[in-house]
Structures are given as C-alpha cells and as structure tokens.
Write a protein of this length. Structure first.
Length: 348
C-alpha cells in the first residue's frame, strides 16, 4: 500500500491504547524477572506487583489477572448471586463490551442507567435500586467506570462518586470501579489514588492500555474479597504459573509509565484542535484524557474517514455510523502527532 507515512513504513496507530508494544526497558524487566508458580502463590514478581498495587490504592490485597475483562467479571461474580441486578451505565464496558459476561459468568442481570457520557448520578442509582419485593431482582452491585471509554475518556466528578458511595452504603450494595484507564484519570485530575481505595469496595485497573504492558490487569479489594476472587480466577481459567515475566512489565509500568500519560493527553488535545478546524468534523465529546470521539458530517462517513486516513498511514476507528474514535498512547510520538495534524489540515 502506498503510504506517506515516514515512520519506517509503520502505521501511526490510533485505534486503541492496547496497540502498544513493550520497549527495551520493559523487555529488560521481563528478562530479569524472578518467577515461580503463581497458582501456589510462589511467583515473587506477581506477589510484588500485587503488594505494590494494593498499597498504591490503599487496599488490603490485590490479584493479578490476565485481562481487564477477567478482573471485572471476577469482581462481579464475587459481589453478586445469580438472579441479582447490577446497576451501571448503559455505556459501561462491563455491560456492552464483555460478551454478555455478567449473564454468562454470574447469572446476574443489568439495570442500565442512561447517564452523561457513561457517567451516572447518585439520584439515578438510588432510583434504580429495587424494593425488597419477590417480583424484583435483588440489587446488589453498582459498577462505575473511570475514565469512561464510550464517554470519550471523560473523568468522573469525584463528589458524585462519593454520593454514589453513600447511596451504596445506605442500601447495603457493593461498589466496583472499572478503572481500565484509572491512571489516565489520576494524572488528569491529580487525585490521590488512595481516596479511590477508600471509596470503592473493589477496583480493577488495566496494565495493557495506557500503561503499555503486553497483558494484564490487577483487581484490588479487602483480604476476604481477594481470597474469594482468587478462587473465581482459578474457576475462570485465569490461574497462571510463571506469569511473573508479565507481572514484571506491570512493575516497570508503575515505575515509569504513569506520569507520562500527561503527554498522551496533550497529544489528544493537539489532534482535537486540528480536527475542530475542519468543517466536516461535527460534535466532539470533550477531550479530557487520551480519547477523542467525534462525528464526521457532509460527504464523510466514519468509514470513509478511516479509509482515507489509512491511505495516509494513520489508523483510526469508526465506532458507529456517525462517530470516529482516536486514542493516543505510549507508542505515539510528538512527531507522529505533527504528521497527523498536517494530514488533517490538508483534508477538504
Ligand atoms: C479495555 C477495557 C476493559 C477490559 O480490558 P481487557 O484487558 O481488554 O479485557 C474494561 N473496561 C474498560 C473501560 C476498558 O476500556
């Protein structure tokens, strides 16, 4: 394919922050990892990562999992019984992007709430809780997502999350945070991660997104919660052996890749600025972190836009019949942003 891209014939890949590859430092960390059998609790690298993450969020314990989906699904399984109802946004990843996992793995159902960009409010949560009535499913869990993926990487209002926490306490519900991109939110807002540990019963974070690891997620919670989660992880087939080689990438990312997320956020804002100059770019969700979601109008459809960009050496994703998504990450350099802005500027 003919491409104007000057980056060693590599495409500039904005499809997702999951497309990063480990660099030399991370690969070195893998090679030097001490490992053991984690199903027996004997992998020093996994134990170190779990302790590090629990401490970072001020939680008692943590569990290394192969993916964010597995972390979320394990949390939901531990917090619910079959027939229960989970309250979350209609745009929540746990609801729309995990293959119907809530029904499949936990036998629970979802009470989807229409919020603003995937963020729901305390009053809506309260209204969604079922009364103690045999006709109704038992409401047992509320799931929030920060940043919100389908909401364009927006950061949840802290006060609203605290209010939701209060509602959960009053009604005896568990509160789980899908924090696949929680590090992006922490860097964007400057919040203390330990406040999240205080508010949520459980938190999942992804290492395979902005943190740049090839795989992995960590689930945090109380000792009792993580003990149950460890059993469920085994049942789900997620008990790994010498996965310390992978956990070492997580330790490396915790030490090297958090603060630099600010660069991804800046890159996203620069792309947004270039796009908003164009008359064919319609409504764009506010750009708060590393995700841009915008409508294309006139002669352009999201697919035509993605096809055009691909010919120019840039990969973006058409995520609906009206919207395009661009995600910045570790493997996108300032040069690549400048090149992409030039390509956008040249479009009619
Ligand atoms: C990517 C993502 C997940 C799941 O992560 P995987 O590791 O890809 O399974 C969960 N929640 C949100 C919001 C995500 O963006």
């Amino acid at each position: 394919m003919l491409s104007r891209c000057k980056f060693f014939n590599k495409m500039i890949d904005f499809r997702s922050d999951t497309f990063t590859r480990p660099g030399p430092g991370m690969l070195q960390a893998m090679l030097q990892a001490e490992t053991g059998d984690d199903v027996f609790g004997e992998d020093p690298s996994i134990n170190k990562l779990e302790a590090m993450m629990a401490d970072y969020f001020g939680k008692a314990a943590a569990l290394y999992c192969p993916s964010g989906t597995m972390s979320n699904q394990i949390a939901i399984k531990v917090h619910t019984l079959p027939g229960d109802e989970v309250v979350c946004s209609n745009l929540a990843h746990v609801y729309i992007y995990e293959g119907g996992g809530i029904a499949f793995n936990s036998g629970a159902q979802v009470h989807p709430v229409i919020g603003d960009r995937g963020m729901i409010r305390a009053a809506q949560v309260e209204a969604a809780i079922n009364p103690d009535d045999v006709h109704k499913a038992r409401t047992s869990l509320v799931c929030l997502e920060n940043t919100s993926n389908r909401g364009g990487g927006c950061c949840y209002d802290w006060e609203e999350m605290v209010k939701i926490g209060d509602v959960c306490k009053q009604h005896g519900l568990s509160l789980h945070l899908d924090g696949a991109r929680l590090f992006n939110a922490l860097v964007a807002t400057g919040q203390d991660p330990k406040t999240y540990g205080q508010l949520f019963d459980s938190i999942s974070v992804c290492l395979n997104k902005g943190m740049g690891c090839p795989m992995g997620s960590v689930l945090m919670g109380s000792e009792a919660f993580i003990k149950s989660a460890r059993r469920i992880r085994k049942k789900f087939g997620g008990g790994l052996r010498q996965a310390g080689y992978m956990a070492a990438t997580g330790i490396y990312a915790m030490e090297n890749n958090i603060a630099r997320l600010a660069e991804d956020h800046l890159h996203a804002k620069q792309l947004a600025q270039a796009l908003l100059e164009k008359s064919f770019v319609g409504h764009m969700l506010p750009v708060e972190t590393n995700i841009l979601i915008f409508e294309v109008t006139g002669d352009w459809t999201p697919q035509l836009f993605a096809d055009y960009m691909k010919k120019e050496g840039v990969l973006v994703m058409a995520i609906s019949t009206t919207q395009v998504r661009i995600v910045t990450h570790l493997d996108v350099t300032a040069d690549m942003i400048a090149t992409t802005c030039d390509i956008i500027a040249g479009m009619a």
